[in-house]
Each structure stands twice: as C-alpha cells, then as structure tokens.
Design a protein around this ligand. Sequence first.
Ligand SMILES: *Cc1c(COP(=O)(O)O)cnc(C)c1O
Length: 397
Amino acid sequence: MRRGTPSEMTKSFADDRLDGAEARIRRFLEEQRPATPCLVIDLPTVRARFTAIRDALPGVGIYYAVKANPTPEVVEVLAAEGCRFDVASPNEIDLCLARGAAPEAISYSNPIKKAADIAYAFSRGVRLFVSDSEQDVRAVAEHAPGSSVMLRILVDSKGSTYPFGKKFGCSPEMATDLLRLAGELGLVPLGVAFHAGSQQLDPTGWDAAIADAAEVTAKLRAEGVELTTVNLGGGLPAGYLEQPPPLAEYAAAITAAVDRHFGPVRPEVMIEPGRAIVAEAGVIRSEVVLVSRKSYGDERRWVFLDIGRYGGLAETEGEAIAYPLRTNRDGGPTGPVVIAGPTCDADDVLYQHTCYELPLDLRAGDHVDLLSAGAYTASYSSVAFNGFPPLAAHCVR
Ligand SMILES: *Cc1c(COP(=O)(O)O)cnc(C)c1O
C-alpha cells in the first residue's frame, strides 16, 4: 500500500484528477455556509466514476449498490447515464424507479428478504433476484414466478477491508443444487453471484470466486442447464488516506480471470460497485466542538468534532477507513491528536491508533473536512442518537 501524501489525498484511484470537484464543493461551502455536519456530493464526480468503471470494463453490466449512497440525485444522475441498480429493499426499489431506472435495470441482490418484499418487487416489475438458500429460492418462485435468479456463493474475502464473513452465500455445491432447483420451479437459473469483500485492496481478489463460479457453470452445463451470467458483486475500492492500486489493474485482473476460468464460452458479466462510484464524490464538513488535553504532560490533544460514529462515520469502527482530513488552519505546525465524536458514548472515538496530526492552533468553531466521504456515511447516520440529527446531504452539479 502506498500512503497518500496530502496533495494526493483528493485524487481518484483512477487517473482522473478531482480538482474541479474540489473547487465546486469549496464554492458551495463558502457561498451556502450550510449547517454542519453535512455531506456535500459532487454529482459530476459520481458520473465520472461510473463512466470510468464502464470504460474500464466494456460490456460488463454495472449495477450501482444503492446502499452506499441513496441520495436521490445520485440515483438520478446514474440512471440518466444508463447505470443499473443493486437494491436490498422495497424502499430502494421505489427510489430507483422514481429517479428514472427501469425495472429491468434493477437487481434485488439481497439474499435475505421477506416473501412480502419479493412480491412487492415483482409487482413493480423487478425480475432479477439473488438468493443463497432453498427457502428463499422457493419464495422467489412463489412470489416472483418466472423471474431470473442468481445463487450467491461464499467466498474467502481476504485482501478486503470489510470482509463479508459467512453471513451471505452458500457452498458452490449447494448453489449448484439450488440453481437446478430454481429451474425445476420455473425460474430462470441465471448464474452465480458473490461479493469479494468491500474495499478490496487486491486486484486479484475476485479470482478464486470466479473460478468457483466457472466450475458451477461447467457442472450444470454438463447436465443441460445453461447459466449465462456471473455477478462479481462489489468491492472495487476508493482512495482514502491510503491509495489502492489503479482501476486499470482491477479491470485487467478481473477480465483475465473471467477469460481464464470460463474459457471460450464467455458469460455475461455483472458488477455491483458501491463505494467506488460515490466515495470520492463526497466531502463531509464538520465543526470542531472542543480541543482539550487529558493531563498537563499529554502531548496528544483530543479534538471533538460535531460528527462521530453515530452521525455517519460508522466505517471508522476499528479505524478501518481513514478519511483524509483538511482544516481551515492547514499550513502551520501540527501535532498528534485523538479524534472523537460529540455524543456521550464511549465508543464514539474515531481515531486513536491511526496517526493523525492536526494544526496546533485548531480550536472550537474551526472546520475539519473529511474527504472521500461519499460512501456509507449519510446512509449509516442514526436518526437522533443523543438528539443529534441525521447527516444532511447536499448535491452540487
Ligand atoms: C454492499 C454491496 C455491494 C457494494 O459493495 P462495495 O464494496 O461498496 O462496492 C455490492 N453488492 C452487494 C450484494 C452488496 O451487498
């Protein structure tokens, strides 16, 4: 891993510079002076990230994982570009349809769903579902008859910052049986799906799962069941304090793995990026509530912001995601800090192990901007923990 220098911190993990985005967001913050904390999303960057991924993976169906940032304008911009959508609930279906997505452009990729939610999706025209259990396959067959179904397999998501563990997916052997069952129940067995873990920092992190998917496909082909598609899930990374390898390396590794494992019968490929489309489009503006020390000899100051773990920074848990920071006092001498949120919860500490330094003259009322904060922030913020309102989101065009 390369550690980003401060001047690199707002650069995309692809080659495109985000200077225009920085200028637009700064202008918005200066002119509108919105109440803090707030998330500002640069819509041209959302569009640019989508087109960069589309251009890097020609012919691949790109389904934006709505949970990463469900701001309606984000969905609208992506729908207008021809992006498709990975949803997990009736509300996300309604959001996508209301913002210009066609029902055929929606994949209900959550294997955990109520029968009533499957029926609702079907009533709105959704015909593509991801499953990982016999009960769910049977529920899809009953409440969304004739739909296409993909079976999610368990994968080893090492190399990712957020492995998915064992919650989703089943063994390839079980997936094979359930795809066969899906066909018997009148569904279209479309193929295998998986998720290689979020913020996957290894471009070859999809390889083993693609091999498993190809094996399931070959096994069923021998029985006369023709799977047409493979769904590579999410995991494409974003640049934070540390910069992942460039997008081109991911595209090359993924394309090579599909070619190698599937051979001459190339499947339709789907991918479901969330973070990689929206993270670098967002900046959170926060305000310093307090700067303090715990003892006279203590070198590290505590900086309390008006946003914390419950205000949208859930991904700081375990300090997994380290956002680049910028303040209105940058340029002068700095010193080490612990950074914490404003609530009365002892876990509401953002960074105490990651070595952040902030200006020595930082004080209450100053601004701290968290960069690359467009993914998994507003959608994670609590409704009113300790009376703090949920994170507001603003869009710039
Ligand atoms: C969350 C999720 C994604 C998006 O993951 P990222 O790591 O943000 O790209 C894609 N597919 C499914 C099924 C998901 O649950």
